[in-house]
Ligand binder design. Sequence first.
Ligand SMILES: [Zn+2]
Ligand SMILES: [Zn+2]
Length: 394
Amino acid sequence: MSESRAFCPRCGDPVPDRSAGDPEAATDPLRPGTEVELCDSCYFDDFDFVDAPERIEVRVCARCGAVYRGNRWVDVGAKDYTDVALEAVSEALAVHVDVEDVAWQVEPEQVDENAIRIHAYFTGVVRGTPVEEQVTVPVRIARQTCQRCGRIAGDYYASIVQIRAEGRTPTSEELERAEEIANQVVADMEATGDRNAFVTEVGETDDGLDIKVSTNKIGKKIANKTVEEFGGSVNDAETLVTEDEDGNEVYRVTFAVRLPPYRPGDVIDLADDDGGPVLVRSAHGNLKGTRVTTGERYEADYEEGDSPEARKLGEREDGVETTVVTVEDENAVQVLDPETFRAKTVARPDYFDPDAETVPVLKSREGVHILPDPDPDTGDEDDDGYYDPYEDDA
Ligand SMILES: [Zn+2]
Ligand SMILES: [Zn+2]
């Protein structure tokens, strides 16, 4: 068995047999297709340790700091662009596959506001020979406006949420809350990486609020969440605004939220009803409440929903503490009329505490009525209509 020999296919010099331990992979210049290795001299003639681009341009949004990567804008949250430049260069640099024990250092050099030079120093070992290389990649920061910021600047919107109320003007609390919901919906979508979510404009109108937002999906979410919280209903209407560049029709959707006519805490007098005024507990679905004459529970019919025919007498907040003069019987109590300070006999609801020295009362055109004592400790101030210690007594 003769000694196996190999030769450099370029210069013909003998090369050490690198496959001695693996006869199947033996190199042979006479057998095409087998891999033949160059001698060290020819190998290093061609050897390129680091492959670096001549220069890199990084597109950043001058308004929000987003960086254009691949084919889209990405929020990176970078304060300055050195890190962005470093990352772009790192991604663009390539090291020869044969090199082992690669180590590298980088040093950014800020040239001016829009130019950064990245100096990189590489070391490694190939064919038992230490190699090193220094490269410098100039990075230009191109300041542009991303699509989102362009749209915001152009007052772009795809959807309007109109906050209105049935038969009244929404309260400032409801309007503030609707705006908070809008900002929260957008923040939640941004948190999932959605760059197309924004509130374009919030404008008060004579009868409520108009919230312009960037997508129909956001408009729908805001409208639904507002109704979830306050009750009421949503109607949506599409308007054709334009065609996009592909000829598709583009619709703008208006979500009209109508908050219910009565709110928890309202005291109302129902039409065609002699059961006495009702303190509204919930306006979700059918209106629910408590009779302030008896303490009995009231719930509107399905047909009436959240808007039975009624007129508002006042609110629980309008109630004033007044002195209990005497308990007459199980149906009647004497209290001081809060305006005339004369003793007056009024209906005794079952939530009335016979030991109380004072009780909150509401005086309206329907007379004087004892209100439930608002006790924050019972959690009774919420509007869910589920927990009510007085209803449990009934
Ligand atoms: Zn050679
Ligand atoms: Zn931007």
